[in-house]
Design a protein around this ligand. Structure first.
Ligand SMILES: *Cc1c(COP(=O)(O)O)cnc(C)c1O
Length: 437
């Protein structure tokens, strides 16, 4: 590293030993980073091709208000999503307020009283517990007479094929598959594994609808779950596909019949996709989607860097430093509340926004335990921006994700390490010891 850059890191209060350790880690990551760049190049062209095919033009950026009838910008954006993800149709809307909302819309659009929902990949994301009614809540699917069944992954992370076969019966209407590990320490599913699972359940019950919670997975691989048989893929625009620019929104892409049902649920029966003004948000939706493959690449580099930084210091990391990536989340298990809090303090200190505040654990709506979150984001809660969160409960793991640029992600991880060194959670000698071993 040249002297000028070193001085900048000093100004940002990254010490010489922490910086040296980071550079040592990076030496071995060149090949991984080149692979990520190659994948991003492919995904960039995939998005560009969809934009060109649909003749995206300036007129598509115009704001609409009121009912939003005949919004050609909105319709074209939805076609761009559909073409990128190779689906018949797409619903991409600022009226979908977050990922949980998108998933709730998709589930309640398809499921009817008496139907059963099956998760063959274990417990779903925390906020979905209340949507489904696993935890009592008002307006849950359970309240509407939709039952839920779950088949856990086997201890080694494999699918429980026999258990899944036994769980599918005449009432099973929809299968929900969460691609990302979320707040768990199970491995994230590759698109190929999701494809195997879908083929298996369809071989048992061909008309079952397979939905994939695609949050954090978009553009990590060259294919998406919709390329391997998913009937619907669902996600949030303040994660990967918004590219950091979308200030709100969610998407549901999939078979035309499914997407139509979702539109009737989102707006109203009879209205469907025809209403929903864009309120001037389309430029950021288009541009964010255009940037998303590059942004995801930066976030992936950050995740791999973090895994290696902490793994070589003896912490358990999921995924580990060398395994292939299927989402942008990195889990690091610290084993103590101080570790989780120290890590988040460092991430916060690296932020472009609110770098001077100290994050503290709080009781967040939708979560069981107090959660600490570090986020100095341009968009509130955006987790494609550099962010970290962890529930304050054993095994005291922190989940780290995002970074609109690789350089910012790198600084964030160095600052996290610096904070842990400063707080005495990690001894400074441990850095040089790791480099010598
Ligand atoms: C983030 C996330 C959700 C929920 O999205 P919100 O935008 O936070 O409501 C659901 N599932 C997974 C796997 C996620 O990562």
């Amino acid at each position: 590293m040249n002297q000028k850059n070193k001085e900048m890191y000093q100004k940002l209060q990254v010490s010489e030993p922490v910086l040296a350790y980071g550079e040592w880690i990076l030496q071995d990551l060149k090949h991984r980073f080149a692979e990520i760049d190659e994948r991003a190049e492919y995904n960039q062209m995939k998005v560009l091709h969809a934009m060109q095919k649909n003749k995206v033009s300036e007129m598509h950026f115009a704001a609409t208000t009121g009912y939003g009838y005949n919004d050609s910008g909105r319709e074209t954006l939805e076609q761009v999503y559909a073409d990128t993800f190779h689906t018949e149709a797409a619903l991409v809307r600022p009226q979908i307020t977050c990922g949980t909302h998108a998933l709730a819309v998709a589930l309640s659009a398809i499921l009817r009283p008496g139907d059963e929902l099956l998760s063959p990949v274990g417990k779903p994301y925390d906020t979905l517990e209340e949507v489904i009614g696993i935890r009592e809540s008002h307006g849950s699917l359970k309240e509407f007479g939709v039952s839920y069944r779950q088949v856990d992954l086997l201890p080694d992370g494999a699918f429980d094929w026999d258990g899944i076969r036994a769980a599918i019966h005449e009432k099973t209407k929809l299968i929900t598959i969460q691609r990302s590990k979320g707040y768990q320490t199970r491995p994230t599913l590759s698109v190929a594994r999701i494809g195997e699972l879908i083929a298996f359940v369809k071989s048992i019950k061909p008309d079952v609808i397979c939905m994939v919670d695609n949050c954090y997975g978009e553009f990590v691989e060259e294919i998406e779950p919709s390329d391997v048989g998913a009937d619907m893929i669902v996600g949030s625009l303040i994660k990967n596909p918004g590219g950091g620019l979308a200030p709100i929104g969610g998407y549901i892409c999939g078979r035309k019949a499914c997407v139509e049902q979702c539109a009737y649920r989102l707006s109203a029966p009879g209205l469907g996709q025809e209403v929903g003004a864009n309120l001037g948000l389309l430029p950021s939706f288009y541009q964010g989607f255009f940037l998303a493959p590059t942004v995801v690449a930066g976030a992936l580099k950050g995740a791999i860097f973090a895994a290696n930084v902490y793994e070589k210091l003896g912490f358990a990391v999921i995924p580990n430093g060398t395994e292939s990536r299927h989402d942008i989340i990195q889990a690091v298990t610290f084993g103590t509340p101080e570790g989780v809090i120290g890590f988040c303090t460092g991430i916060q200190a690296a932020a472009p926004v609110d770098s001077y505040v100290t994050p503290e654990p709080w009781d967040m709506p939708g979560y069981d335990d107090p959660v600490i979150m570090a986020a100095g984001a341009f968009v509130q809660g955006s987790s494609i921006e550099l962010s970290a969160d962890g529930p304050i409960c054993p095994p005291y793991a922190v989940y780290f994700q995002g970074g609109l640029t690789w350089y910012h992600a790198k600084l964030g991880i160095l600052k996290s390490l610096q904070a842990l060194v400063d707080k005495g959670v990690i001894a400074e000698e441990a850095l040089s010891a790791a480099m010598e071993s």
